[in-house]
Ligand binder design. Structure first.
Ligand code: FAD
Length: 656
């Protein structure tokens, strides 16, 4: 057991050459490279699974840094956070301790697509994350830049050209391990851009990772290039909030974690956000200065759903675009203008911002900038996130082509035309399978060490499954972001039931879930099952059930007795009102607010869920059909497959 410990460069690792004959120390089960959102989840997940884990990252003081927006969650992303939490991951619990404005998006729609979201205090998040990381048993944290991988002969029973057995740091020292997870985010050959200036950097103030990018390319990995950007930060005191639309937080706040009933701060103490809009003057400045803005001219693809103001002006001219002014923290003097990511020269950024209502006297404290970076074609990894090329090497986070903290925390096609690949897909036609992220990579790296079967989440079980399946089967040529619309079984994969879907599996199959969380999830599951069966067994006479519902909502023709479960489907009815009618049977289900809410949701979706379950079973039957690893799709006879489909199968080599 390696005690969790850290002070800056506290224990310089002993120098060892790769051909050292002596005992190879230090030796870990799992090494995680990178202390971003994917790396922190991966390292703690591996440690929770019982692996001696080393987290190697450039700087320990940037662990938990939010590179861009001071917020977590949102539509689709909130689901991912709930699923990471169901597997005992960190980000949801840390957000419940660090938020300054909690709001559920999509409230006007059904609870299946609600998006839990919060503005987060950057400083607090970092502090809380570092506290958690540095006190995780079995996890050692070390500062250092990894330059190279140590490779050995592959295990005969597995495919793959070679096997990773450690890493080489920039000072030449080596550390050995049974598996390695790469979570290097935007750092691989990272380059930041403002106006016409370009500097090598992983993000502002951080060195890029060049040696490792070269190693991966030499090994034959298909590398692509993507870009993203961040807005300038504005001095709070220079903004005239009094003329802007104010958005207040929800009351009560809905926590991200299943383990919390409340968040750390009362709604009345939380901070507001404000809304303003761009105008034709902003468009004019963008268009007049395109020649001074190299990032926007690059053909490299950026995030479609989080574009820069320059891209919005070019793609949707003459429109007003929303700008949300979001707090960066309780005692921060900065405001984050969401929607104004830009790479204009710094002096023009302030000129543009001061054209916007409420920002007439705004002072820019830190200019916006763009970043371009290498990512790896995610079709080069399996659904457990292990690479096909190198055994025991896992990729997670933005390195796999995703964008967003949640996508990174959670993991982490065939494009016939993908201009940014440095090696074209045809050159990796022999590579089998696909790719995925933080918590999942951590679990699987640990299971691999212990020679246990991989922990894979299917599309029918979670948003994490959809994310990983999309990436590993289809790849991506632009930063991939999660949405509810990507998910086939939306009504079953809800944020409220992620624990029922994943916690029990995480406990039994991966060992990454604490006893306390497991017991809570078991209690919730059995209480729900029992509650639903009691609600089905209670029958109300027509006069009694009509008393519970306003007349406007009921059809007068309905005079037969009705199950309590059906009465609960009416919008106006909740468990409290039902329990008043049948206190002896139902009051116990109203003692937990969470249980009462979940019974209401289960009742609302009852009939749809029944049909969806049949479809899910059908898909799961297909998923259970294992395809032989050596199946030659190009020559196989007696199956009617088009040439195009054969080529796609040959390239992606699905496992099922
Ligand atoms: P990161 O958080 O980037 O962490 C990578 C870690 O790896 C760092 O700690 C780094 O020090 C370490 N590292 C790298 N190389 C090495 C090495 N060789 N040795 C040791 N350590 C190494 N997401 C959004 O959702 N919305 C946005 O608007 C948005 N805008 C962004 C703007 C910018 C400028 C940047 C940089 C990112 C933006 N993102 C945005 C993306 C978001 O920050 C990432 O998706 C998320 O942080 C990815 O997490 P990660 O863990 O994969 O990588």
């Amino acid at each position: 057991r390696v005690a969790a410990s850290f002070t800056k460069r506290q224990f310089p690792l002993p120098r060892l050459s790769s051909d050292s004959a002596g005992p190879r120390t230090p030796h870990f089960d799992v090494i995680v490279i990178g202390g971003g959102h994917a790396g922190t989840e991966a390292a703690t997940a591996a440690a929770r699974c019982g692996s001696r884990t080393l987290l190697l990252t450039h700087r320990v003081d940037t662990i938990g840094q939010m590179s861009c927006n001071p917020s977590f969650g949102g539509i689709g992303k909130g689901h991912l956070m709930r699923e990471v939490d169901a597997l005992d991951g960190l980000c949801s619990r840390i957000c419940d301790q660090s938020g300054v404005h909690y709001k559920v998006l999509n409230r006007c729609k059904g609870p299946a697509v609600w998006g839990l979201r919060a503005q987060i205090d950057r400083k607090l998040y970092k502090q809380n994350m570092q506290k958690e990381i540095l006190s995780t048993p079995l996890l050692t944290v070390q500062e250092g830049a990894v330059e190279d991988l140590i490779l050995t002969e592959p295990e005969p029973e597995h495919t793959g050209k070679c096997r990773v057995s450690g890493v080489v740091l920039v000072d030449g020292s080596t550390v050995y391990s049974e598996s390695v997870i790469l979570t290097t985010g935007t750092f691989l050959r990272g380059m930041i851009i403002i106006g016409l200036e370009m500097h090598p950097a992983g993000r502002l103030g951080d060195q890029p990772s060049i040696g490792l990018a070269q190693t991966l390319e030499k090994l034959g990995f298909v590398v692509g290039r993507l870009k993203t950007g961040t807005p300038p930060r504005i001095a709070k005191e220079s903004i005239n909030f009094s003329i802007l639309n104010k958005q207040t937080p929800d009351n009560p706040s809905l926590p991200f974690s299943f383990m919390n009933e409340t968040v750390w701060i009362k709604p009345e103490d939380q901070l507001p956000c404000y809304l303003t809009h761009t105008n034709p003057r902003v468009d004019e400045i963008v268009l007049k200065n395109l020649h001074l803005n190299s990032h926007v001219k690059e053909t490299i693809r950026g995030p479609r759903y989080c574009p820069s103001i320059e891209s919005k002006v070019l793609r949707f001219p003459n429109r007003q675009h929303q700008v949300w002014l979001e707090p960066e923290g309780m005692d921060s003097d900065l405001i984050y203008p969401q929607g104004l990511s830009m790479t204009l020269p710094a002096e023009l950024q302030e000129k543009m911002i001061t054209c916007i209502r409420g920002l007439e006297k705004a002072k820019v404290i830190q200019p916006g900038y763009g970043v371009q970076y290498d990512y790896l074609d995610p079709r080069q990894i399996t659904p457990s996130l292990e690479t096909h090329l190198v055994q025991r090497l896992f990729f997670a986070g933005q390195i796999n082509g995703t964008t967003g903290y949640e996508e990174a925390a959670a993991q982490t096609g065939f494009h016939s035309c993908c201009p940014s690949w440095s090696v074209m897909p045809s050159q990796v036609a022999g590579i089998t399978g696909m790719c995925h992220h933080g918590v999942i990579a951590g679990i699987n790296a640990s299971l691999r060490v212990n020679r246990k079967p991989p922990f894979v989440i299917s599309r029918t079980e979670g948003y994490i499954g959809v994310l990983i399946d999309d990436l590993t089967t289809l790849g991506t040529s632009e930063p991939y972001r999660m949405f509810t619309s990507r998910v086939e079984f939306r009504l079953s994969l809800r944020p409220d039931n992620a624990d029922s879907r994943l916690t029990l599996r995480g406990y039994k199959e991966a060992g990454c879930v604490s006893q306390q969380r497991y017991e809570r999830a078991c209690w919730m599951k059995s209480s729900l099952e029992e509650g639903i069966s009691v609600l089905k067994s209670i029958e109300f006479s027509s006069s009694k059930w009509k008393n519970l519902i306003p007349e406007a909502s009921i059809s007068t023709s309905r005079s037969l007795p009705v199950r309590a479960l059906d009465v609960l489907k009416y919008e106006e009815v909740d468990m409290d009102s039902l329990a008043k009618a049948v206190p002896e049977l139902l009051r116990k289900y109203t003692k937990s607010r969470e249980l009462a809410k979940r019974l209401k949701i289960e009742a609302t979706y009852e009939s749809v869920l029944f049909h969806q379950l049949q479809e899910i079973k059908e898909v799961q039957r297909d998923e259970a059909l294992q395809l032989p690893k050596d199946l030659d799709y190009l020559t196989v006879r007696d199956v009617s497959l088009s040439h195009e489909v054969r080529e796609k199968l040959h390239f992606s080599r699905p496992q099922t």
